[in-house]
Write a protein that binds this ligand. Structure first.
Ligand code: SF4
Length: 379
């Protein structure tokens, strides 16, 4: 089973915290759709005839594409790949794009899952982030999507930024629960180099982020979602039973995926490839029938480290038998020796030949995984 990811590199406004690849100049949108269709043709053999189980329009802001543009890409995929009858097709959408006509069009398209970028229901937070929508639009877009039959939707929320008091954060989560959203992705705000947020903090125009606030709000998140029956199946992802994202779960399970468009990554278990993160260079190269990409061949250590980083964050945990099978017993012995320190702190537990994070360990997930990595000179 494989996935296809399409990166739509356009946004109406630049959110101050965002370091994804996008352009706010929308003039090349039609050319980009043509180029992505052409890249699909150039790379039609990448998935080696594996059936496509998920298609994900990410970005950027894919809800800026018209229904016809989305359909053109989907038609091209169907012409070139074997697509499952039960394919999950997700579209990331910003609330201000989900007006009545757009939602009606989408409800008549093959797209069966929306991922709505709400981030907060408070206007002062949204203004601080430089989002393109208001809290009222966030709320009404969700209700419109539900009324149109999108039952399998996700909402994104961000926590851990100075304006967000604990009371506002608890209100945001409660709103998701009240609206009966079956899937929530929630990430802590981070300050990435090159973003406006980084610049504002460096120049003392914004208060720096506070790690203790972020940790406290993460614990609120765990508590409120648990009470509401939204199961945490990955550190930052919560879902009602049966509403987990198949696309993202496949990433974490190490399934193959093909990524198209500027900056998109692809993975086939042995290598990782990524396209140039520049719209003009991407378009010029595709027009010459050349995919502008770089490749990294993954060593056994790379693959083990990647497995540790992703599996430990999930509710299905790190599988000891899989480590022995895929990497060899030496890797399992190394990991078991290293994890004792974390067991003593109560951050991980071993159960049924799997390793899991405890509630307190979830605060340190990436650090624990990184400590279990094997670096090349340890071989
Ligand atoms: S809409 Fe999404 S991709 Fe675009 S700038 Fe904002 S966070 Fe980044």
């Amino acid at each position: 089973m494989a996935g296809i990811y399409l990166h739509i590199p356009f946004c109406k406004k630049a959110c101050h915290y965002c370091d994804f690849h996008f352009s706010t100049s929308l003039g090349a949108k039609a050319d980009m759709v043509e180029a992505i269709c052409k890249e699909l043709r150039l790379r039609k053999d990448y998935l080696e005839a594996e059936q496509v189980e998920t298609i994900y329009f990410g970005g950027g802001t894919p809800s800026l594409l018209s229904a016809d543009e989305l359909q053109k890409i989907l038609d091209t995929i169907h012409q070139l790949f074997s697509v499952s009858n039960t394919v999950e097709i997700t579209l990331e959408a910003n609330p201000d794009d989900l007006h009545a006509e757009k939602v009606r069009e989408l409800s008549h398209s093959p797209i069966n899952r929306l991922s709505i970028g709400v981030q907060s229901f408070f206007d002062d937070d949204l203004l601080w982030m430089n989002r393109s929508h208001t809290g009222t639009e966030a709320d009404s877009s969700i209700k419109r999507a539900q009324d149109a039959g999108f039952e399998n939707s996700n909402v994104d929320l961000i926590y851990g930024f100075p304006l967000l008091t604990d009371a506002k954060w608890q209100h945001n989560i409660a709103q998701i629960i009240r609206l009966d959203i079956p899937h929530l992705s929630s990430y802590a705000m981070t300050v990435e180099q090159g973003t406006a947020l980084h610049h504002f903090i460096e120049n003392k125009k914004h208060t720096p982020l506070n790690e203790a606030q972020s940790a406290q709000q993460f614990l609120h998140l765990l508590h409120q979602t648990d009470q509401a029956g939204l199961q945490q199946y990955e550190i930052s992802n919560f879902a009602k039973a049966g509403k987990e994202s198949i696309h993202n779960s496949n990433y974490w399970k190490g399934e193959k995926y093909l990524g198209l468009g500027p900056s998109a990554h692809s993975f086939n278990a042995h290598s990782r490839q990524w396209n140039v993160a520049n719209n003009a260079k991407y378009l010029a190269s595709i027009s010459q029938n050349k995919v502008p990409q770089s490749i990294e061949i993954l060593s056994l250590n790379n693959r083990f480290n990647e497995y540790m980083m992703t599996s430990l964050r999930t509710s299905w945990g790190t599988d000891f038998a899989k480590i022995s099978r895929s990497f060899g017993t030496k890797y399992l012995t190394h990991m078991k020796a290293r994890l004792i320190q974390f067991e003593e702190k109560g951050w991980v537990i071993q159960k049924n030949d799997h390793l899991y994070l405890t509630q307190s360990g979830k605060l340190f997930a990436d650090g624990i995984a990184a400590d279990l990595f094997i670096v090349d000179d340890e071989n």
